[in-house]
Ligand binder design. Structure first.
Ligand SMILES: Cc1ncc(COP(=O)(O)O)c(C=O)c1O
Ligand SMILES: N[C@@H](CCCC[NH3+])C(=O)O
Length: 465
């Protein structure tokens, strides 16, 4: 594990990590911001979560394994609920959605954002109240829209002119009035990876405010008797730490809100500023807690509304990563350890685990940084800068680019990677016909399988050739 500040960069064998990565004082220590509240190192040196030893989890459920600390997930959901007490919180199911997690979200009083027919199906199977669901997507099919209308979802966030017409016709045919928000593109360059920024002009989501397209979309919705316009929506991107982007977004979207009032004599009752709140993946990351975010957003909105002479609309937000991400770690078993010579006589230690880019694509796709620790035992061996890689046929199959692990890590050891609750299982693939791992929820000394591991039979069943 990383120690926060202490220690010198480990240079003995010429290993080189990023300049911020320091050799830890104690390689067995758990950096507090990265692990869910229920994770600790037990007296025998092995990691425990919710009172359960990870060695027992690996023995019972196999590896790789996503391990969710249920209390941690629920308490993050509650913290958002409490911080945004005067707003609506929609948990973004794309981060991770299963029947169990949908139920936790419902029980903790949050609403749910889904962005596909599949996510909607999971929510409905969980018995999630349809009126508390919002449906997203830049290319919702007629079948998805029909299903949403038939289920009675509370709101649909429209993202194209085709969709406005399509939805209006489907709603009219059913004799219902569908509540919609118009997704805007506010023209903000959010400080995050290009692939997860969603508010600059040259990307697929939303109607551009700057070009007048968003105002045109509002006109198009208002013309349809089968649609009810609740408000405007903006989501600037994901894994964002600063509120500067939200400030610009709120200013521009409320500018449109004021223009709508002036043109249509209509004050829209709601405003959705999306999700995107960042979490800590390494000791360098310093995310803001929900109450600070809530206070910041409330202040920005109040200020902008006062400037435009608007009544403050009811706010909604859509956090995904900030609720699911820190609740979960992935447990892997080490299979091989190699030392690879580098130029200048240095070497790099490759620790290969039994999963990889099929259960966590984020390192390869977004150049994401992760951390990890030896989980099955503690070690007194000196730390060695290591790269944790998977078992796939790609050299980019890296899980953790740089981490200090004890020098005696061997095959059969367990490694845990924290912060994998968001966008890991939900983006998992079957690359190399690797079955996707199981998800286990741990609470009060009990481990419960919430998604079973795929089997070779599952994969072979798809091949009908
Ligand atoms: C419309 C919308 N809302 C909410 C989210 C959730 O984002 P995050 O998990 O970063 O909070 C996303 C994903 O970026 C999104 O596209
Ligand atoms: N999948 C992205 C987040 C994007 C979410 C959808 N807009 C990630 O892993 O960071």
């Amino acid at each position: 594990m990383r120690a926060h500040e202490a220690g010198a960069l480990h240079a003995e064998a010429g290993h080189r990590g990023p300049s911020w990565l320091r050799e830890p004082d104690d390689v067995n220590a758990l950096y507090p911001g990265l692990w869910s509240a229920g994770v600790e190192r037990g007296d025998d040196g092995g990691l425990r979560v919710g009172g359960v030893a990870v060695r027992d989890l690996a023995a019972e459920f196999g590896t790789p394994l996503y391990v969710v600390d249920e209390d941690d997930f629920r308490s993050r959901a509650r913290a958002f609920r409490a911080a945004f007490a005067d707003a609506d919180v929609y948990y973004a199911g794309k981060a991770f959605l299963s029947v169990a997690t949908a139920r936790w979200v419902a029980e903790e009083g949050l609403n749910l954002d889904v962005c596909s027919g599949g996510e909607l199906a999971v929510a409905l199977r969980a018995g999630f109240p349809a009126e508390r669901i919002g449906l997203h997507g830049n290319n919702k099919s007629p079948a998805e829209l029909t299903r949403a209308l038939d289920a009675g979802v509370g709101r649909i966030i429209v993202d194209s002119f085709e969709e406005i017409d399509r939805l209006a016709a489907l709603a009219a045919a059913r004799g219902v009035r569908a509540s919609v928000l118009v997704r805007t593109k506010v023209g903000v360059e959010a400080h995050t990876h290009e692939y997860i920024a969603t508010a600059h002009e040259d990307q697929k989501f939303g109607f551009s405010i700057a070009s007048g397209e968003a105002a045109e979309a509002v006109r198009a919705v208002l013309k349809q008797p089968s649609l009810r316009l609740l408000g405007l929506h903006s989501h600037i991107g994901s894994q964002i730490y600063d509120t500067a982007g939200f400030e610009v977004a709120a200013r521009r979207v409320l500018g449109l809100q004021a223009a709508v009032r002036d043109e249509h004599h209509l004050e829209l009752p709601e405003l959705d500023l999306g999700g995107g709140f960042g979490i800590a993946y390494t000791s360098q990351d310093d995310p803001q807690p929900p109450d600070v975010l809530a206070a910041g957003l409330a202040e920005i909105i109040a200020h902008e509304c006062a400037g435009y002479g608007l009544a403050v609309p009811r706010l909604s937000v859509e956090p995904g990563r900030a609720i699911a991400g820190p609740s979960t770690f992935t447990l892997y078993e080490v299979g091989t350890v190699k030392s690879v010579p580098l130029d200048g006589g240095a070497s790099r230690r490759y620790v290969a685990v039994d999963g990889g880019m099929s259960d966590n694509i984020r390192t390869a796709l977004y150049d994401a940084d992760y951390s990890c620790t030896l989980a099955s035992r503690a070690s007194a061996a000196a730390p060695v800068l290591s790269r944790v890689v998977g078992k796939h046929c790609e050299s980019g199959d890296i899980v953790v680019k740089d981490e200090f692990l004890p020098g005696d890590v061997v095959a059969g050891d367990l490694i845990a990677v924290p912060g994998t609750g968001a966008y890991c299982r939900s983006m998992a693939s079957n690359y190399n016909h690797q079955p996707r791992p199981a998800v286990v929820a741990v609470r009060a000394g009990e481990a419960r399988l919430i998604m079973r591991r795929e089997t070779e039979d599952d994969l072979l069943a798809l091949d009908v050739g």
